[in-house]
Design a protein around this ligand. Sequence first.
Ligand code: SF4
Length: 91
Amino acid sequence: MDLHRDLEDLLAVPSFYKDANCKGTNQDDFFPDRGSSTVIAKQICSECKVRVECLEYAVERKERFGIWGGKSERERRAIRRERRNNEKKSK
Ligand code: SF4
C-alpha cells in the first residue's frame, strides 16, 4: 500500500471534470441531505457531456456520497450489483 499515492488519488480532480456541467453550480444540490431532492442535480447531469465517464468513475471507486453521472449512491449500488450478477452468469 502506498499511502502517499492513495492520498494523491483521493485529492486529484478527475480529468473529465474540466468539461463538467456542474462546474460552478451549487454543490449542495449534488450532496443533498438525506431525504432532500436530487432533481436539480439529476437535471444538470442529464445535459452533461461527461456523464458516462463521471458515473463510471463513481461506480468504480464505490463513491458513497452524492449524485454522480446522474445517479444516487443507491442507484450506483444497484449498477454494481447488476454487474456482479452478470459476471457470475457469464462464468
Ligand atoms: S455527470 Fe453530473 S456530477 Fe458528473 S460531471 Fe456531469 S454534471 Fe457533474
